[in-house]
Design a protein around this ligand. Structure first.
Ligand SMILES: [Mn+2]
Length: 320
């Protein structure tokens, strides 16, 4: 069961300034050939501070601040096919059952002809989403943007917000670790053991410093090239705690020394422009920990850049 998406009504009407939230249509079913948005308001498996259950609502609210055009990219979202399926009803006290519901929801919503855009929820929701994408779309590649490797095993027999990518690689035959790229590691936030595990498995790790040195576009190209080689589909997973706490502090684990908000936007846009990207998530926004609403703005912008990337694909195709 899902509850319908709610967007605040615009405070004014200006026919020369169509607001983004007017472009997004509600739908009870995923539509082919567009972006389908779905929220998973679950934070029952977070290792740190809770609050991400409020993420989908806060992201939609923050999206109401946006218009329809990006001057820097030259991308217009007028006429974009964006459908919001609403939020899945989940049980915060039962991780396994909630993950199963999320997995079947994603299985129903994904389609090789469209992009499914997931609003989290804690980072644990990425696991059932990746699982459904792997089963439904075939050989999968994975690009992660995060401060953490999240390669843990289960704790007390259950997945957590720190285990999504580890358990995905361990349990999914269709996810070759050589097609997994994790971008944004920095600081004293990961153990040497998990870093060595990543190397041993064949996962590519790109540090935050490399994003600063090579530039976000170059890193995005490299990450997509690795993730898409031999894959039928690519999944993009964005944990907002990759972004420095100067921009994003409303998350379970804010990080000092992370990438900038602009670097995140550039990377997600660049990756979402690629044809094989069929599913993306943006997780960990916790509005209760975000009194200024600043982190929600960054999350909403990241979501909008992903939509813009998808829209840019079809205009690219039209030019060819
Ligand atoms: Mn993280």
């Amino acid at each position: 069961m899902r509850t319908p998406a709610r967007y605040p009504a615009p405070r004014y009407t200006d026919h020369e300034d169509l607001r983004l939230t007017r472009i997004i249509k509600r739908s009870t079913k995923a539509r082919r050939g567009g972006v389908n948005v779905v929220g998973f308001p679950f934070d029952g498996a977070v290792l740190g501070r809770r609050g991400a259950a409020g993420g989908p609502t806060a992201i939609r609210e923050a999206m109401s601040a946006f218009s329809n055009y990006n001057v820097e990219l030259g991308v217009s979202l007028k006429g974009a096919h964006v459908f919001d399926l609403g939020d899945l009803v989940v049980d915060q006290s039962n991780t396994i059952a909630s993950h199963m519901r999320i997995e079947s929801e994603v299985a129903e919503d994904i389609d090789p002809e469209s992009l499914l855009l997931v609003l989290g929820g804690d980072n644990s929701v990425s696991l059932p989403c990746i699982r459904a994408a792997s089963k439904g779309l075939g050989e999968l590649g994975l690009v992660v943007i995060d401060s953490h490797l999240d390669l843990r095993g289960e704790i007390d027999g259950k997945p957590t917000s720190g285990s999504s990518y580890g358990l995905a690689v361990k349990t999914l035959k269709g996810l070759d670790p050589h097609r997994v790229v994790e971008v944004g590691m920095h600081g004293f936030l990961n153990s040497k053991d998990y870093y060595e595990k990543a190397k041993r498995l064949g996962i590519t790790v790109v540090t935050a410093r490399e994003v600063w040195e090579k530039g976000p576009e170059a890193v995005a190209q490299l990450a997509y090239a690795k993730a898409s080689r031999g894959a039928e589909a690519v999944y993009l997973s964005v944990d907002l705690d990759a972004v420095d706490l100067a921009y994003v502090s409303g998350v379970s684990a804010p990080s000092a020394g992370g990438i900038s908000a602009d670097q995140l936007f550039r990377m997600v846009y660049e990756i979402s422009r690629k044809d094989k990207v069929k599913c993306a998530d943006v997780v960990e926004l916790a509005p209760l920990l975000d009194p200024s609403g600043r982190s929600a703005r960054v999350a909403a912008a990241a979501v909008t850049y992903i939509i813009a990337g998808y829209v840019a694909r079809s205009s690219q195709a039209a030019r060819n």
